[in-house]
Design a protein around this ligand. Structure first.
Ligand code: MIG
Length: 801
């Protein structure tokens, strides 16, 4: 166990002076007199890998996190052999490596120091396990800020914190509790408004210290493996995140319905209960796309079986639900019941697919089914087998998505709540103990699940949701934040966690709306749904122990609030889908914490509550009971209050009214926000018209995009998508909207309804593609300030009277 004073412990070893240097294309090795090798790999001008060996000996290079689709290739670089140091110069940064002790300093091309070693790499040998406890320390100038690291339920800015990454089932976790379910060893540092990132790609238990132990030092270390980290230069924080996401992989587009509203509970059973819930949503006109079956749908919690008493004919039920617009999603846990009569168990035994202890016995642990064995998802053959198990669920029964829980992996009633350290794993041909495989186990399970659904759902798109994750999991799965609690503090936590996951490359995340443990008041539920509809994944879930958590259990007022916000989410689907497309294409985080949105404004560096949904919608939840509004910070620029349409100047804190049916939302001026009509589920209606809400801005062009496609399937990869870019230009007596179209997908609708908001003049004349069209023909509605135009215009001029 590493203690608070670990850096002071004697027994730390340090690299000596450099005795040789070699370069093979973009890999540069520095060897020290005491057998340390630093290998620097220039991946891109602003992405560099640092890898350290001791005893002149690197491990086999293998990582589950790194995507083979990321941008690679030859990067320009120059190496200089100077008196006291080597300098590696890339297009974006200068890396200096001291000859005396291989300490590293990274500067931008103007010479500003971005990040430099304090003690740099050092290590302790581990007699107990072999290998090293590898450590890195960097100097932390005063004023440096830190962000990222996945699901940590603490202040967005991590300065002053010590963090541990060890995936853990933390039922009813609390604020500042650490570690939780996920392990994303990636952080963003920012000093003097220049941001950089560090991804410590080491799957052992890792620690990060942000000026907690020593005021001027940040450090990170691991209980085994290599000191192996990637450095990302910004200076723009969003670019740091996109580069990290490019390296660790981007998701595919989910089916559009997965961005709808989901309803869950532990558990909905029997079938009549499921139907009662789904029918009630339709009766109350609250849109909903997905219904979840938790562990009780199974026969004795055996994965891939059904309890035939509760669900006599799953195929028929799933079909009937589908007719009503519902996609059925079922839970699948990793624990396989020890039961000679159970085919999944038999197959795994026959093929030797279960994890074993160091000396040969199976890894036996108690979970929901009772005593279980656990597949070794780090074995590619096991993943292949696991994927095949989904045939019946997906292909025959018609289930549309799978929910992977307990994959930290969680074990009941044992110390540490997980496997013991000595459990063996294949680790894709790099056999190792659980110490190394623990943090990636959940991701490999989700990966195998994803492969299975994709195989059997094809040509439809798969949907997976996981509780545990390591960096790179975003390639396969969405996630939720685990077993939270129905308290106001947890609403604050949910807001932070969703933002933090977004800046950690895993945007497709949400919390259990209303809280999993305990029971929310109607007011808390209403405030939570208002926030939840602005999270990329939007699902109500609860343990069911303390009463029901469907919107109607809280009375009329909360039903109305829920309907209003879920309807808003469905209207904003084209906006949300476009956000997802930007994330899938470029790795752009879907939620932008204020600091990520405007890092040049120091006011944003310690803000937690406000965030930008996509690029143009500012959201700030009300997180206290009995509130009639709240103070919040509007980032620089000009905005419109979405509800009152009043103009709001940014760059200052202000009070905003927000009764129970209102969450403060602001739209950036110049934005064009696309909306679909309200539907009860995705695909319920033919979309007759795309609505565009145009928020007037005087001056420079503002660009808004709308991405659309068939909403499922892979035709989009063949160019069958529709990407509309709108450029808005506002003058005192005229506005111009230019449209540029890409892709071959023909949208269902033929026309667009445009609403002008904040227009400083009355509309006199409208020109479409240089032809004046009568306001009558455009169904000009003076009261609502709307016109209807053909969808494929290239240029609109709206001129004052
Ligand atoms: O030990 O499947 O986080 O969402 O409802 C509890 C039952 C197991 C924990 C999950 C929760 C789920 C519950 N599971």
């Amino acid at each position: 166990m590493i203690t608070n004073t670990e850096l002071e412990i004697k027994g730390n070893l340090f690299p000596g002076k450099i005795i040789s240097f070699s370069q093979i294309v973009d890999k540069i090795n520095f060897t020290t007199e005491n057998g340390v090798i630093l290998q620097v790999t220039i991946i891109r001008g602003s992405v560099v890998r640092f890898r350290y060996a001791t005893d002149n000996n690197f491990e086999k290079d293998f990582s589950y996190a790194i995507s083979d689709k990321g941008a690679r290739g030859y990067s320009e670089l120059e190496v200089k052999d100077l008196e006291d140091q080597y300098e590696i110069i890339t297009k974006k940064i200068i890396i200096s490596i001291a000859k005396a002790n291989i300490s590293v300093k990274i500067s931008d091309r103007e010479g500003n120091v971005i990040c430099k070693d304090d003690w740099g790499f050092h290590w302790e040998q581990s007699y107990e396990y072999g290998g090293n406890i590898v450590k890195m320390s960097k100097s932390a100038p005063q004023g440096e800020c830190y962000y990222g690291l996945g699901d940590k339920p603490m202040h967005l800015n991590l300065k002053g914190k010590r963090i541990e990454n060890w995936a853990t089932d933390q039922y009813a976790f609390g604020k500042d509790q650490d570690p939780l379910y996920k392990s994303v060893p990636f952080y963003i540092g920012m000093y003097e408004e220049r941001a950089y990132g560090i991804f410590f790609d080491n799957s052992f238990k890792t620690f990060f210290d942000f000026c907690n132990e020593r005021r001027n030092v940040t450090s990170f270390w691991a209980h085994g493996g290599e000191m192996n980290y990637y450095f990302f230069y910004g200076p723009n924080m969003q670019d740091v995140v996109t580069r990290y996401t490019d390296l660790t992989g981007k998701p595919e587009l989910p089916p559009l319905w997965a961005l709808g509203y989901h309803q869950c509970k532990w558990s909905y059973y029997p079938e009549s209960k499921v139907k009662e819930v789904t029918t009630k949503f339709r009766d109350l006109r609250i849109p909903c796309d997905a219904i979840y079956l938790d562990i009780d749908y199974m026969d004795g919690f055996r994965c891939f079986t059904w309890n035939k008493e509760y669900f006599p004919d799953p195929k028929r039920m799933v079909e009937e639900l589908a007719e009503d617009g519902y996609k059925t999603i079922v839970i699948i846990d990793p624990g396989i019941k020890i039961d000679d009569e159970y085919s999944v168990y038999q197959e795994a035994m026959e093929n030797d697919y279960f994890c074993k202890r160091a000396d040969g016995p199976y890894m036996r642990g108690k979970v929901w089914p009772g005593e279980c064995f656990f597949p070794d998802f780090t074995n590619p053959e096991v993943r292949e087998w696991w994927a095949g198990l989904f045939k019946e669920l997906i292909d025959e029964i018609g289930v549309k998505g799978v929910w992977n829980d307990m994959n930290e992996p969680a074990v009941m009633e044992v110390p540490g709540k997980t496997f013991p350290d000595d459990v063996r794993h294949n680790y894709d041909g790099n056999p190792c103990s659980h110490r190394k495989a623990h943090n990636i186990y959940g991701t490999q399970m989700a990966r195998a699940t994803y492969e299975g659904i994709k195989r059997f759902a094809y040509p439809k798109r798969p949907f997976v949701i996981t509780r545990s994750a390591y960096s790179g999991a975003q390639r396969y799965t969405s996630s939720w934040t685990g077993d939270n609690v129905a308290t106001w503090e947890h609403l604050w936590i949910a807001n932070i966690q969703a933002q933090r996951m977004s800046m950690s490359g895993m945007s497709f995340t949400g919390s259990d709306i209303g809280g999993f443990a305990e029971h929310p008041t109607g007011e808390l539920y209403a405030r939570w749904i208002q926030l939840g509809v602005f999270h990329p994944f939007c699902r109500t879930h609860s343990s069911g122990d303390h009463g029901n958590q469907e919107p109607w259990t809280f009375g009329e007022e909360v039903i109305d609030v829920t309907r209003k916000y879920v309807e808003l989410r469905y209207q904003l689907l084209p906006y949300l889908y476009t956000m997802f497309w930007e994330y899938a294409e470029e790795g752009i985080p879907m939620l932008k914490s204020l600091v990520l949105y405007d890092q040049l404004d120091p006011q944003t560096h310690y803000r937690t509550d406000e965030f930008v949904f996509g690029n143009q919608i500012l959201v700030c939840p009300v997180q206290e009971p009995n509130a009639k509004g709240r103070r919040l910070y509007i980032p620089r620029g000009n905005w419109y209050n979405y509800w009152t349409r009043e103009y709001a100047k940014g760059g200052m804190e202000q009070w905003v009214d927000a009764d129970l049916d209102t969450i403060p939302i602001f739209i950036k001026e110049g934005a064009i926000i696309p909306k679909y009509p309200i539907q009860q589920y995705v695909g319920e209606k033919k979309i007759e018209e795309l609505k565009l809400e145009v928020y007037y801005k005087l001056g420079n062009k503002e660009v808004s995009k709308v991405y659309e496609d068939a909403q499922d399937g892979y035709d989009y990869a063949k160019g069958r998508f529709s990407l509309r870019s709108f450029a808005f230009t506002g003058k005192e007596n005229e506005i111009i909207i230019q449209q540029h179209k890409n892709g071959t997908y023909i949208t269902e609708y033929e026309r667009m309804k445009i609403e002008f908001i904040g227009l400083p003049f009355a509309v006199g004349e409208i020109e479409i593609d240089n032809v004046v069209v009568s306001l009558n023909d455009l169904k000009y509605d003076e009261k609502n300030n709307t016109v209807v135009v053909p969808k494929d215009f290239t240029e609109l001029h709206i001129v004052a009277k």
